[in-house]
Design a protein around this ligand. Structure first.
Ligand code: PEP
Length: 251
């Protein structure tokens, strides 16, 4: 059985003190979240150690929002996969559309990052998704298929089995526009089928595929009820503990 997951991407928001309080509030709500739902929070790098301590001993896992494509050395401003693992993270978000768009994240770099993260025992949350004009042109399947092939197909099956995929249509991120459940289910099924074509259907059945893009308490239940949607990657709504917990209870 694949895991149900709700992950919060805090992006570049909250001070350290605010982040610790948000993490503690999420942890305090865990008794009401179904026990088979994995909860992940992804604070900024500066918060990782103290947030990991704040949720230590609870069911809340911590993710970084990125990692370097080199393990160590003269790369000023970068944070490596070993550092992230040492800070107490279990996961790392890789390939978020904001990183692809603003920081030149290419598939080539992502393969390096994935391998470094996996070597540290981190599970990558690998983001894919098409832009507005790509969907309008009917190219969303080919865009997402290429993003998957260029990165995940480069991994050994054993490595790829540790990955969580997040489908995040760029036109839905932070816009308030959510993909309909039918649109999301259609492309999640396509992603699972693409993975089955390369790694086999047992492998594909075990991979969690999350939806991200203006997911909120009012639409999470409909999305999570779809057979190929295993949870959500949540941006804006993860900054309010009540909203994030309400989403986590939507299965
Ligand atoms: C995201 O950036 O991963 C995201 C899903 O953002 P939002 O929920 O704010 O659209």
């Amino acid at each position: 059985m694949r895991k149900k997951i709700v992950a919060g991407n805090w992006k570049m928001n909250t001070s350290v003190v605010e982040g610790e309080a948000l993490a503690a509030a999420v942890a305090a709500g865990m008794p009401e979240v179904p026990s088979d739902v994995e909860i992940i929070i992804a604070p900024p790098f500066t918060h990782l150690v103290s947030v990991a301590k704040a949720v230590s001993g609870t069911r809340v896992a911590v993710a970084a929002q990125n990692c370097a494509d080199e393990p160590k050395g003269a790369f000023t401003g970068e944070v490596s996969a070993p550092m992230i693992a040492g800070a107490g993270c279990k996961y790392v978000i890789l390939g978020h559309s904001e990183r692809r768009q603003y920081y030149g994240e290419t598939s080539e770099k992502l393969v390096k990052k994935m391998r470094l993260a996996l070597a540290e025992g981190l599970s990558p949350i690998f983001c894919v998704g098409e832009k507005f004009e790509e969907r309008n042109a009917g190219n969303h399947f080919s865009v997402v298929g290429a993003q998957i092939a260029e990165v995940l197909f480069e991994l050994e099956p054993e490595e790829a089995s540790k990955v969580v995929v997040a489908y995040e249509p760029v036109w839905a991120i932070g816009t308030g526009i959510t993909a309909t459940a039918a649109q999301a289910q259609e492309i999640h099924a396509f992603i699972r089928g693409t993975l089955a074509g390369r790694f086999g259907s047992d492998f594909a059945d075990g991979i969690s595929i999350l939806y991200g893009g203006s997911c909120k308490p009012s639409n999470a239940a409909e999305l999570f009820a779809c057979p190929d949607i295993d949870g959500g990657l949540i941006g804006g709504a993860s900054l309010k503990a009540d909203d994030f917990l309400a989403i986590a209870k939507s299965f």
